[in-house]
Design a protein around this ligand. Structure first.
Ligand SMILES: Cc1cc2nc3c(=O)[nH]c(=O)nc-3n(C[C@H](O)[C@H](O)[C@H](O)COP(=O)(O)OP(=O)(O)OC[C@H]3O[C@@H](n4cnc5c(N)ncnc54)[C@H](O)[C@@H]3O)c2cc1C
Length: 292
């Protein structure tokens, strides 16, 4: 490991250690900026030298291909900040969403219970407007601070085009989310803890958490859930390509049963999409992102 200008730099990093599918090839560089200033300098270098880069959160919504990544993976978990001022929360983008849920519940602040069990970062959650049980991360958001072309901006939620698993950031890949402010509400601590427990039990019952996966593979199409479509209409539960299997517990999950490669996961996704198109005339859209 080298450290230059407040940036920790690792070379030839095995990305399977940084993705929840436990797949992915080698990345030439993997870096942790430790300050916003060092991140700004890094992005300036990247732009001037036209270097390929990817902003990695916790790697729980991506399929990182098996090929060599000739560029820089940037991770912001070492720029850490959490400020709780009454019911206002300011948190850095590299902070764990699960950790935030735990911290706010200790402070008797309600609203984010739905996010317990979503294993991503604040940045990753805002990027795709992560959600569950009828709520999403944008519900309690006030504003987001981000870096775009060397300039830091704070923009209120209503301008950020949040929708079902989407946001302004999905269409503006050059933007780096730095932090966010949430407004939560005072609640009874026991009520919060019980809600978290209820959601955790639901997840354990319905999701294949015992195997590496990256959550829901497809967005729900209209009028049917992707899981029901794959299980009942396409009859594909348990189908596999190599060690990548459609989970027998939840058909909208692909699990790595051992030595799956990203290529197996991607082939399996294509099989499901073809079947959905041929048999049901449904275009299944990927919720996860393939990083090349
Ligand atoms: C067991 C399991 C359960 C899950 N349950 C849910 C669920 O209930 N609901 C749900 O919505 N999702 C769920 N997910 C998917 C995933 O956890 C979420 O989508 C999460 O928000 C992804 O965050 P991440 O930090 O892992 O992002 P990553 O996978 O690392 O990245 C995803 C995208 O976000 C971008 N990104 C990350 N950080 C930033 C940043 N700071 N600035 C700009 N872009 C950024 C990346 O560049 C990438 O394009 C689940 C996943 C697993 C494994």
């Amino acid at each position: 490991m080298k450290s230059i200008n407040d940036i920790e730099i690792f070379e030839n990093v095995d990305m399977s250690k940084f993705t929840s599918y436990k797949t992915g090839g080698i990345a030439k560089y993997f870096v942790y900026p430790k300050t916003i200033q060092s991140l700004i300098q890094l992005m300036d270098y990247i732009k001037k030298n036209n270097v390929k880069y990817f902003l990695l959160g916790n790697g729980t919504n991506i399929i990182f291909t098996d090929n060599f990544y000739d560029g820089i993976i940037i991770n912001l978990k070492k720029i850490k900040c959490l400020k709780i001022d009454k019911n206002l929360i300011n948190v850095s983008s590299g902070y764990s969403l699960q950790k935030l849920v735990n911290e706010v519940s200790k402070n008797s602040l309600g609203g984010l219970e739905f996010a317990s069990g979503i294993p991503g970062t604040i940045g990753g959650a805002i990027y795709m407007n992560a959600g569950a049980y009828g709520s999403s991360i944008s519900d309690y958001l006030l504003d987001v601070t981000y870096l775009e072309d060397g300039i830091i901006k704070t923009v209120s939620k209503d301008k950020l085009k949040f929708g079902y698993r989407t946001s302004y950031f999905k269409k503006h890949k050059n933007i780096i989310i730095l932090s966010a402010t949430f407004k939560l509400y005072s609640s009874d601590k026991n009520k919060i803890v019980n809600k978290i427990k209820e959601y955790t039990e639901k997840r354990i019952k319905s999701q294949p958490l015992e195997y590496p996966n990256a959550g829901s593979v497809f967005r729900n199409p209209e009028n049917i859930s992707a899981g029901a479509l794959i299980e009942h209409n396409l009859n594909l539960k348990g189908y596999n390509v190599g060690d990548a299997y459609i989970s027998t517990k939840h058909a909208n999950f692909i699990v790595n049963m051992g030595k799956a490669k990203s290529v197996d996961i991607i082939k399996l996704i294509k099989v499901i999409q073809k079947d959905a198109r041929d048999k049901e005339n449904i275009k299944l859209k990927l919720e996860q992102e393939i990083i090349k």
